[in-house]
Design a protein. Structure first.
Length: 203
């Protein structure tokens, strides 16, 4: 079984439960990763940030990461075990970078080798609520994305009124929320939520 397929089976974009960041927090990290300032994160930028994360986490400077060195909540135990391809109980820089590349590939929904803000927004949603890679290709296909967004909507809708209030959708930028509300006659329904993202992704 390939590395990508084994990772997808454990929910590649669901490292561990954590709160979805606010729109401002997501944009701040996105801007930090976008070192070329072209409103997109390329693979080279992602890899450089990943390498920096690895070095920062490697507190004993031995070029390996143990579970204790990886911040709580940043990687599930199951994902760690799957990424540890040689089963030695630690992640080498190669194993860690393979994991990070697989995450980039999955997050790059429109497959153009860049992550734009709405893809990065979706990445954070699915890091919280998960994704089922039914065909094991390491990519978010349209049907998988719609199912994942439906699940995320249901979890975000804390008062179960079938709408997302501004508080329940604090991860959305003002522009993205407005785009979605166009499809819902001014309301952020699950159908509008999905249609808005699909419109953003298809341009």
């Amino acid at each position: 079984m390939s590395f990508i397929r084994r990772l997808s089976l454990v929910g590649l974009l669901a490292p561990a439960l954590r709160a979805v960041p606010s729109a401002a927090e997501i944009k701040k990290v996105f801007d930090a990763l976008d070192t070329s300032r072209n409103d997109a994160i390329g693979l080279a930028e992602w890899e450089q940030a990943s390498f920096t994360l690895f070095k920062a986490a490697d507190t004993d400077h031995n070029n390996f990461l143990t579970r204790n060195e990886i911040a709580a909540g940043s990687l599930s135990a199951e994902t760690f075990l799957t990424a540890d391809t040689d089963q030695d109980g630690k992640l080498s820089i190669g194993e860690y970078m393979n994991l990070r590349r697989a995450i980039f590939r999955a997050a790059d929904i429109n497959r153009d080798d860049y992550l734009v803000l709405y893809e990065y927004e979706i990445f954070h949603l699915l890091a919280e609520y998960g994704w089922h890679d039914r065909n094991h290709n390491g990519r978010l296909d349209p049907s998988e994305l719609k199912a994942a967004l439906t699940r995320a909507f249901e979890q975000l809708d804390a008062d179960h009124d079938n709408l997302l209030s501004p508080a329940e959708s604090a991860f959305l930028t003002t522009e993205h929320r407005a785009e979605m509300e166009k499809a819902g006659a001014g309301k952020l329904t699950v159908e509008a939520f999905i249609a808005g993202y699909m419109h953003l992704l298809t341009g």
